[in-house]
Design a protein around this ligand. Sequence first.
Ligand code: ADP
Ligand code: TPW
Length: 580
Amino acid sequence: MAEADSTTAEETLNQQTTETTDGFHIVIDALKLNDLNTIFGLVGIPITDLARLAQAEGMRFIGFRHEQHAGNAAAIAGFMTQKPGICLTVSAPGFLNGLTALANATTNCFPMILISGSSEREIVDLQQGDYEEMDQLNAAKPYAKAAYRVLHAEDIGIGVARAIRAAVSGRPGGVYLDLPAKLLAQTLDAVKAQQSLVRVVDAAPRQLPAPESVKRAIDVLKSAKRPLILLGKGAAYAQADAEIRAFVEQSGIPYLPMSMAKGLLPDTHEQSASAARSFVLQEADVVVLIGARLNWLLAHGKGKTWGAEPKKFVQVDISPTEIDSNVAIAAPVIGDIGSCVAALRAGLDAGFAKPGAEWTGAIAERKNKNLAKMAATLEKNPSPMNFHSALRAIRDVLKTRPDINVVNEGANTLDYARSIIDMYEPRKRFDSGTWGIMGIGMGFAIGAAVTSGKPVVAIEGDSAFGFSGMELETICRYDLPVCTIIFNNNGVYRGTDVNPTGGKDVAPTVFVKGARYDRMIEAFGGVGYNATTPEELTKALLEAIASGKPTLINAVIDEAAGTESGRLTNLNPQSAAMKK
Ligand code: ADP
Ligand code: TPW
């Protein structure tokens, strides 16, 4: 028997020496083994064959016209699925283009992995001037949650596993994986290669909150007279939708969704305090933050926005270092949102009373007043259209299709759409996020369409759209059901600035007047519409959605509508000369 066994081992060894594989195949096998089946990228040396092979092996490769948008698509796929989105780029410039998206993903807590080919280490490290030479690993480090380089083919499996874990465990973020050209060409015994692969088990383990932190939080809640729940995009990411809804409803506490948490509960929910936002932020005495940071989007938890009333904060987050980042947190609850919210809900015992009518009634009164005011503004029909009349038309169409993904960027276009367009389902709204960045539009739209298989409506300022406009070709090439609506007011913020010198150059914020963005998509076989009234916009949008085809609506907006920086004017200090 012993002899027979050793013969078998020898045979296996022989087999091992006859069949080989290479770095290209091992990367693909490692991704597929972990159910990562889509790559967003842009080809070139040294990763063209990696993309070809990925497709040949049954993965989906979505090729972009610029890496930043491939990266944004990967990031939003990560947000939607809790699996890291994969972006593949070439060395140096391609990598740097992708790095913006990686940094944005890390900033927003979206899990993604940027895989870049890189040049020869020996040459890069001696700075001898290789093709696309760059020390990418070190360039990536400050902007990524983690960064790894793989030098040996037998380490690819481990490298991919580490990248996956780093991207999705704890606070999610962007991970950089550096694959030098030489690695991809390395050969390895096929059996050994197979054995080197790692299927990641429980990549983002549940993290249960400590019972004493839950008790502390419940005690703070019990002391509240005017409690408020604030849901952030971490709560949307966590996919604990039913638990969160149950907590909100069982506690009876009014809530505010941050923009990408809209739809976690339908915006029409009676406990939504969105229409009384300023009032509840000022008046609340206890605020429960669930997956939302007290950054600039929440005025850092202090100042006028938060009123004179002293606040006590309960903060549910997976990242312990987020606590006390801006103001003192009375009751941190550290863990994954599903587990934390379940524990809080279980703590709503007999000693907890729902907020009284004095608080909920005051909110309802504000809400009704503000809603009536907004309804009057929305009803107006100025010519040309303004942001409100155009958004009314879009709102009424989207109301009938709660399954549609909404992408949104711009200044005024973002501000107004955020409050006017209601969301009804979780993880359907994707926008400029934590950085207030322009340029996510077409990347997010493509990522959302590919990931969900559902239509996307991208509501874009004309400036915002320009950052990713060439990806219209990508949308047409993959025949994606994306309808892009350009709020065309001839410029950044608005189109009315003039050059004070009377010179030939237009003002810094001004674009070509009367541009026809609808004609851009026609160049690639998509359908363009030009809409100058709400009725035309409604008709175009209905038709666009029904077609399920790539479409673009040029919505002509009054160039005098809108304010500088939307409603962020206070963050845009003007020089004394400009104020005159
Ligand atoms: P918003 O911009 O909507 O206010 P932020 O991006 O500022 O939201 O905050 C998201 C927060 O959610 C981050 O602090 C992050 O650590 C946290 N987070 C993300 N995923 C989870 C999760 N699964 N469980 C707990 N906290 C999470
Ligand atoms: C990467 C600065 C903020 S908002 C904006 C810019 C350029 C465009 C506003 O005009 P738009 O919208 O899109 O026409 P609207 O609705 O007001 O007419 N570069 C990056 N990110 C940001 N945020 C900027 C510049 C900016």
